[in-house]
Design a protein around this ligand. Structure first.
Ligand SMILES: C[S@@+](CC[C@H](N)C(=O)[O-])C[C@H]1O[C@@H](n2cnc3c(N)ncnc32)[C@H](O)[C@@H]1O
Length: 244
């Protein structure tokens, strides 16, 4: 796994606020340092330090939050949940910072970078939910190794979620959904929650539309919504949710 800095430089350019609109650029310099997830390469992330508030009962993670509208919507409605968002795209980080500032959200932490090392650094059983909404499809076969919903991802999702935790994935690319469901089968701890076609055709009420989904629908592509639940008893080395 490349370091955050190398990954960002290679795929998304340098990690700096240049190019952002003035207000977002100011928030990148002033607000982000206060709510940034520390670069946790090689060490388990200290969730107590990240969310010192007693009011926080659970931690939810959004991978590739894009413009941050889904994350901000959830965070505003669930002040008792600590939200971690990971996004390498600078413009997306700037947009979420603006939403956090405007709505005065105190339960959001941001990683401007690759979600994969972050997932590996999260303690076992520490997450209540994971969102992976419209991950980059990487349609060419030779690029499939860059896709997020890999077997490795499902292993890590099963490890980091506490029993009863829910993983939500959406995509408007049928091939990505097929590939995702195939990989999901390798994680026996995860149970796909669909009972009828409506369950994957209809977005639940507590799942707001993202910018990418709106674009897909305007272009005539129908999204599929997947939900997986973490089975099982609390793991021996899990992080209790009320005592992070
Ligand atoms: C198609 S966009 C969808 C954005 C948003 N979830 C939405 O639905 O509007 C995919 C997003 O995943 C982000 N992404 C790509 N690789 C990532 C990684 N390794 N870690 C975190 N986010 C990543 C991209 O920067 C991009 O914002």
């Amino acid at each position: 796994m490349p370091s955050q800095e190398r990954y960002l430089q290679k795929i998304y350019g340098r990690r700096q606020a240049k190019g952002l609109r003035p207000e977002r650029s100011r928030l990148y310099e002033t607000l982000l340092p206060d709510i940034a997830v520390p670069d946790s390469a090689n060490s388990p992330l200290d969730l107590h330090a990240l969310f010192p508030q007693d009011s926080i009962r659970e931690i939810w993670l959004e991978i590739g939050f894009g413009g941050g509208e889904h994350l901000a919507w959830q965070a505003e409605r669930r002040p008792q949940v600590g939200f971690i968002g990971a996004e390498p795209f600078l413009d997306g980080v700037g947009r979420l910072l603006k939403l956090v500032h405007e709505t005065q959200l105190t339960n959001v932490r941001i990683l401007h970078g690759d979600a994969r090392p972050l997932l590996e650094a999260l303690p076992t059983g520490s997450l209540g939910r994971i969102f992976l909404l419209h991950p980059d499809p990487w349609p060419k076969k030779r690029h499939h190794k860059r896709r997020m919903a890999s077997r490795w991802f499902f292993r890590e999702a099963a490890r980091t979620m506490n029993p009863g935790g829910v993983l939500r994935i959406a995509s408007d690319i049928p091939d990505y959904i097929r590939w995702t469901l195939m990989n999901a089968r390798s994680a026996l701890e995860l149970e796909w929650l669909a009972e009828s076609a409506l369950d994957w055709q209809r977005r639940p009420d507590d799942w707001p539309q993202t910018r990418y989904e709106r674009k897909a629908l305007l272009e005539g592509r129908q999204p599929t919504y997947l939900q997986f639940r973490r089975r099982g008893e609390l793991l021996a080395n899990a992080t209790p949710q009320r005592d992070l």
